[in-house]
Design a protein around this ligand. Sequence first.
Ligand SMILES: [Mg+2]
Length: 233
Amino acid sequence: MKPEFIYFDLDNTLLDHTSAEKEAQTAIYHTYPELQTVPLDEWLQAYKMLNHRLWIQYQKGEIDRHLLQKTRFKGSMEQLGIDSSRSEEIGTNYMMQYRNYWDWLDGARDALISIRKQYPVGIITNGFSETQQKKIEFMGLKEFCDIFIISEEVGVMKPHQKVFDVATEKAGVDRSEILYVGDSYSSDIVGGRQAGWKTAWYTAFSNAAEQNGKAGADFSFEEFPDLVTYLTA
Ligand SMILES: [Mg+2]
């Protein structure tokens, strides 16, 4: 059965967040000599691990956005024994650099254009309102999508069911007629399934071990043309 409404996740589903993060971190690393006291890989690993832990705390509502943005640099630097006196400036500079490296994932824009011809489309994204709004603008998504739901504006993050309830209400169709396309198994696929939606899992960012035993998505794809065929053939 074909869906009546399709929601897409944004980061690592339409926009290549992972590459933008890596490019921006590399630029920051080469700008601030104090970071260069450890190898780039070590810096990236420490930052990504702490950032991930802080996002989980943010997701649970234990910390706010300001503390997350502040602590992910300061904490990583302290942990590696790097002088952290410029951590706030580095964090701000990182957000500016991050924006410079935004780009669509391969095939995502063409897929959205094709799918848009047959379905109403919306976006549901976890993230900071200001940043996500800028991404929506940069990608020209208002041309393709009717509904935008940003977790910070709802007050909770995916997979919290409130996000999916708000999205269902806005789509104006039955739960079972909505398809959610996303890369995160825990946020998008589990969250969508719990909401009674259909799900399509974009697996380009998960390895075989992560995919192993995780059944439950109605459709899985690694390349966007496969999603287009699934929905429009
Ligand atoms: Mg994502």
